[in-house]
Design a binder for this molecule. Sequence first.
Ligand code: ADP
Ligand code: ZN
Length: 715
Amino acid sequence: MNLENAKAALKKYYGYDSFRPLQAEVIQAIYDKKDVLLLMPTGGGKSVCFQIPAITMEGTCVVVSPLISLMKDQVEAMRANGIRAAFLNSSLSYHEQQSVENELYHGRLDLLYTSPEKMASQEFLPLVRASKICLFAIDEAHCISAWGHDFRPEYRQLRFLKNTFPNTPVIALTATADKLTRKDIIVQAELRNPEVFIASFDRPNLSLEVRPGRKRIEQIIEFIGKRPNQPGVIYCTARKTTESLAEKLKEAGINAAAYHAGLDERTRPKVQEDFINDRTTVICATIAFGMGIDKSNVRWVIHYNLPKNIEGYYQEIGRSGRDGADANTLLFYSAQDVMMLREFIMDGEGQNRDIQLAKLERMHQYATALICRRKILLNYFNETMLENCGNCDVCKNPPQHFDGTIAAQKALSAVSRLNEQVGTGMLVDVLRGSKSYNLVSNGYDKIKTYGAGKDIRQDDWFFYLEQLINQGLLEIAYDDHSKVKLTEASRAVLFSGQKVELVKAEILQKRKEEEEAKTQIRTKRTLERERVRDELFEHLRELRLDIAREKGVPPYIVFNDTTLEEMAAMRPTTEADLSQISGVGEQKLEAYGRAFLDAIQDFLLAKKDEGIRITGATYLETFRQYKQGATVDEIAAQRGISPLTVFSHLAHLYEKGENVNIWAFLNKAEAQRVAEAVHDMEPPIKLQEVFTKLNEELTYEKIRLGIAWYNKNKR
Ligand code: ADP
Ligand code: ZN
């Protein structure tokens, strides 16, 4: 087996032209019968690394995976690509199990997915021994390590694999493993002298953004409004929040649902399935959501609350954009969230408390960072990035500092004069000189700093207070009704004139404007091409949904978003062109090719009728009439073009692989004569030259078709 076979399989079964980073190396190692440990981020393309060997090598690859709910989807996706895959787990009936086991025994499977329990069971082992196995793949391999975040004792038993089948290579795959876990996986799985591959954890197609956690719901509704029909997930800490948020979104006309572990047995899978099948667009969920789903076209992820640590955060945002197309992520940050999480940790079991606090602190630093956020993320995973990423909010709008000493003094002094008895809301009201009943009745309008901060907008004050809290100049007493208190460090600012640097609040405004400007540019796109592309994409999306419903599979199994985007941009009109699109393998070309080509052709023709000029449409019009049985002369008359032009259209279509019967217009011997004549001529070939070369014995029409025949079959 060599990489040429692997590459051919990649094209044939997946419709991809080239390997992603590390895939070829991993596959080669497996061909060399080596054990492999592969670390790759979610969406990096781990599956291909064992699926291609499974398809190309003799025997079956047995995949151990902890998530039974995922197996069915994964197997379905492979079958849609024409790969002989099956799964075995407790969800199958006795007879179904029998039938799968039979297929394994008779060597009729490329891949078999199974649970660790099943793998280690006494009944299963003899069958595995009796069958031809080319590779064992341990998916989510961090589950084997107690150091990992998702230890599963049943995974421990997998060490028997290497003992029992010392000559069969084992590949362990995971998306999350620090150094310790990495080493532990090798030890626990007893991998022999494994090759370790660590892919970059960078996911450049995910944009990163952090916003202050104020008026979150309004912001979310606006965010979603700009992304109609795009599937997305909003992660919340509390179950209650998922429900209330989903309600509010629904009131705003958004197709949303809540998901958390407390839902009953029937509702939970349904919510999940509706999302996978694009029936529900937005899910408001606790982090329980996402583990068991394999949906590649999640276009955005919002964190309503701050996650506990960067691992969790990265994994959650990583569930968007798995198809490689652009995806947006947005994190809401508030100091209050940090405090609450800190309390959770302090109230929790003593174990690892310090580690948890330290991890929370890193998360906090990320959220309040003033340098490229991706740098911080990758740094966390021990990767160094030299350039700024250009796809995070800080890169797009670098913060500007100013001397905020006076503003800070005003705020601190107000806190002091209010005897540290009010929360941030009242504090801002006092600073801005509000006349609210509550304020006046407490006599706060009598203090010296009342109205001293009128010149700063309300939202901006919150932004500055947040920064003062982060700088340790103020503190929130969560155990005392969230009142704002002074700290040790406050004194230096109040009494010794210590300078305070703040990030200008205008940046919030600027970021917002930037976003709006972008939308405007988008709506102002007068370029017909892009409008057509977007429209065609929607059109194809609908077709995909129809097909998916009819077949009872999730839409992304038909084609994923990247593939549809490329179709909309390239507008293939022949099978040959369509098969060039990334994600269109043989099986899918066969199953859905015609439907998509027809949709594209109809769409282009409709556009043409609207008077929009589109390359290729003229061929299509000829082809449409030809297919309806019109003669060349009829087409020419009907379209007001010359018969020779019609012939040239037909020749072009034939060359492109369309079903045009050129033999109705010339015979093989004539074609052969044309071929001989043009054989040593350099394209572009002039019909007239060939005409002369053939002693003017063949018509231009025949020559045109003869050249097409030569180009398609001989060149
Ligand atoms: P992981 O298991 O690492 O999360 P997947 O194996 O599910 O990632 O791959 C993520 C997506 O990338 C899938 O849609 C997959 O088809 C696609 N993909 C994988 N390899 C390639 C490749 N070489 N070229 C293009 N797309 C690829
Ligand atoms: Zn950046």
